[in-house]
Design a protein around this ligand. Sequence first.
Ligand code: NAD
Length: 267
Amino acid sequence: MRVRVGVVGAGGRMGRMLLGEVLATGDMELVGAVDRPDSPAQGMDAGLLTTGEPCGVLVHDDPVSLFADAEAVLDFTRPEATVEHAKLAAQGKTVHVVGTTGLEPDQVAMIERAAKHTPIVLAPNMSLGVNLLMALVEKVAAALDESWDIEIVEMHHRHKVDAPSGTALGLGRAAAAGREVDLAERAVRARDGVTGERRAGDIGFATLRGGDVVGDHTVIFAGAGERIELTHKAASRDIFAKGAVRAARWALGQHPGVYTMADVLGM
Ligand code: NAD
């Protein structure tokens, strides 16, 4: 029996990747694709949005029926939509894989309430490599004392509107967790002019923007006479889609609750 999977935000950049990934797996069946009523993707065959081959599933605007029908729904949309989707997931006991970023704390709290009824995987970066990098950064930071300066450098495409990236901040949180300090107290998110010397224990961030870079992150541990650099480079958005599909497969066997990619990866 193939797993019945749906995609919300099907017409989006990530939505199309997710459709392609689900259609390519042998153990999943695409049972629905939803987008906003005003989306240009409305009524289109979901296969045409991704592989160019029709698959017989047409994009529609009814998430209620999708969540009732699917065993798992992949959601890379917008925060306000994702909160509504989480309520539907709770009603339908549907696995909900959330890649949407920019959720406010009260929105996360609403998702946590929904997760009392169904498994929800919440991960601002679904790439398996980035999540492994976070675990490595925490371990390295725990092993080194504050004589090793931590700097986090990220580069993204020219259209990105926020800085540092959510992933860079996540890496900062991982480093801070390793050192058992609070990132908010140690983060230096920008430097300009006469900044004075670097304080021991600071966790610095540097942001680069340009071209079509999908996402590069490097965490530098700079000591006296030696330096460790841990780098992840995303070459394509399909790594996020592959991570989401893996998360859905994993979550189908879980009890209700909020899970992260670290849970999915068993880290
Ligand atoms: P996008 O704008 O290309 O796509 C978003 C899609 O969601 C659009 O098709 C839009 O019409 C649809 N949508 C919005 N409101 C909706 C609603 N109420 N119901 C149904 N569909 C709705 O954006 P994108 O680049 O695909 O990114 C989407 C989200 O995923 C963003 O929050 C982005 O930051 C995040 N993202 C997460 C990861 C990750 O690994 N977790 C990776 C990449 C992007």
